[in-house]
Design a protein around this ligand. Sequence first.
Ligand code: 13P
Ligand code: SF4
Length: 308
Amino acid sequence: MVMTAERTETLASEIRKLAGDKNALILAHNYQRAEVQAVADHTGDSLELARIAADNAAEIIVFCGVHFMAESAAILSPEKKVLIPDPTAGCPMADMATEDDLIAMRERYPDAMVVTYINSSAAVKALSDVCCTSANAVRIVQRVDARRVIFVPDRNLGRWVQRFTDKEIIQWKGFCPTHERFSAEDLAEAKRAHPDALVMVHPECNPEVIDMADEVFSTGQMVKFVRETDRTKIIVGTEEGMIHKLRSVAPGLEYILPSKALICPNMKKTTLEKVYASLVSEEHRVTVGADLREKSLGCLRRMLELSG
Ligand code: 13P
Ligand code: SF4
C-alpha cells in the first residue's frame, strides 16, 4: 500500500513522540527507506551505528537495519532492549559463514588470526579474534598480530583489503548478493552515459567493478566525501538507499545509481508502520544469551579499540 504524504507525516510524528515517551533511540542504516532514515535519531554505516549503540543513555534501541546489526547492538549494550521492526530482515552474506566451517578453517590454519566482518552471526563472532566493518577492514588487518589472516565472510572486501597488505589473507567464499548483481558492464554503461561523473563504489562490489572506480568507500565514508568534494556529479555504486542519504547531506550534487539491481530486499523490509508497531508493542526483541554474548563481545570490543 502506498502511503500518502500526510499519513507518512502523521506516522513519523507519532513515532517521534513514542520514542521520546519511552526513552527509545531509533538507529537507521544508510540503506534504509528515505522515510525511515528521516525519522531516525541517527543514520550511519555499520561502524558508526555500532559505536552509538555501545554508548548512549536510551532504554530501548529500535534498530532499522538487518539482524546482525541489531544483534551487535544487543551484544554491546545488554542492559538495553534492542528491537528490530521486522525480525525476518537478515543478511544473506552473514548466513554464508557457519560455526562448523569456521572451526574447520581454524584447524586448517592454526597460525592465522580470524578477522570477521560485522556482517556475521554472534556465533561466528564468538569464534573470531576481531571484527571489522568496511570502514576499518584495512586498518584492522594491518594491525592484527599475525602474518596470516582468515577473512570472513566477504571475499570481495577481503580481496580489497589484500591490496593494502603483504599479509596472507585466506578468503572465505561469501558475498553480498546485492552488490554481486552490480556488474562491470552496468558501470561501464553508466560511465559512458556520464563521462564527467566521479565513480565511488562500496568494497562489497566485485574486483572488476572496483578496478573501474575512482574511490572505494564504506557508506559512512561516502557521506564524508560528498560533504567535502568539489565534484558535482557522482555515480554511486552501492545500495540505492544511499542516494537518499547523500541527497540529504549534499543536496547540490547529482547522484547516479548505475544499476537497478542495487536494492537490498532485506534492508527494504523496514517500513514506518513496522517501526511504529515495534515501538508500541516493544517487539521484536533481539537478545543474545549470556555465554554467547561474553564470547562475541571481545571480537567487537577489539574492533572498536583497534579502529581508534
Ligand atoms: P557499511 O558499513 O559500509 O554501511 O556497509 C554495510 C553493509 O551491509 C553493506 O552492504
Ligand atoms: Fe547484507 Fe548486502 Fe544487504 Fe548489506 S546490502 S545487508 S551485505 S545483503
